[in-house]
Ligand binder design. Structure first.
Ligand SMILES: [Zn+2]
Length: 226
């Protein structure tokens, strides 16, 4: 906490003069094109690893980067927060891309592997049910890279599962069918500070190095994005 307070003083002195105009412009409104869904984990810092600026990303973070699926009645099957953010992102903002970003050494994935019934927190036990289908994928033999430890394999499968959950929302389906929305799975390797993107054609997560970034940028240009 002390570091945060000292950090504000440092920000005022050294950073604020250079970004004041940017924030003054952003005060008039935000126009992010990407909804970024990540884990609450303190080591996952999207603005740092994607070198993004204020105004670039609308962010939803929760334990395990989970999206409660939308029920048949149109209600989210979990807390309202994620459903509200999806609605807000797609109705009020010019969002064209949604990224679900998992990460290595995720405590939520570890808890799922150990069995969420063991967790002392009823809230956590309940919330992590949105990862049950990811665990079922792993238990039924699915893997995107057998060389990864099991909790990291689960974390990668969980990214794909949560993308499926996103597709249960009518507004997401509508935009996908109209070609106005693209869904992406990313994965942050904490130890190496590397970011991976899911390559559907290879059925694995691929490191976003300069070469693969070129491929991804080419696809974005084809779909008309920035
Ligand atoms: Zn996590």
């Amino acid at each position: 906490m002390k570091k945060l307070i000292r950090g504000i003083v440092d920000f005022r002195k050294n950073v604020r003069p250079g970004v004041k105009d940017v924030f003054a412009r952003l005060a008039l409104g935000q126009r992010p094109d990407t909804l970024f869904i990540a884990c609450s984990d303190s080591r996952v810092v999207p603005n740092l690893f994607a070198s993004s600026d204020p105004g670039d990303l609308l962010v939803v973070r929760n334990v395990g980067n989970l999206i409660p699926p939308c029920g048949a009645s149109g209600d989210s099957s979990g807390a309202d927060s994620e459903a509200a953010a999806i609605d807000f992102a797609l109705h009020a903002l010019p969002i064209t891309d949604i990224i679900v970003c998992g990460h290595s050494e995720c405590g939520a994935m570890d808890a799922l592997l150990r069995g969420r019934a063991q967790l002392p927190s009823a809230f956590l036990r309940n919330w992590l049910r949105h990862g049950d289908a990811s665990l079922q994928r792993l238990d039924s033999g699915a893997s995107l890279g057998a060389h990864f430890p099991r909790h990291n394999q689960l974390s990668q499968l969980n990214v794909l599962e949560q993308i499926e959950h996103l597709k249960t929302y009518p507004i997401v389906q509508e935009r996908l069918e109209a070609g106005r929305l693209h869904l992406h799975g990313w994965w942050f390797d904490i130890k190496e500070a590397d970011v991976y993107a899911y390559a559907a054609e290879e059925k694995r997560f691929r490191l976003i190095d300069e070469d693969y970034a070129g491929v991804l940028l080419g696809r974005t240009a084809e779909s008309g994005g920035d």
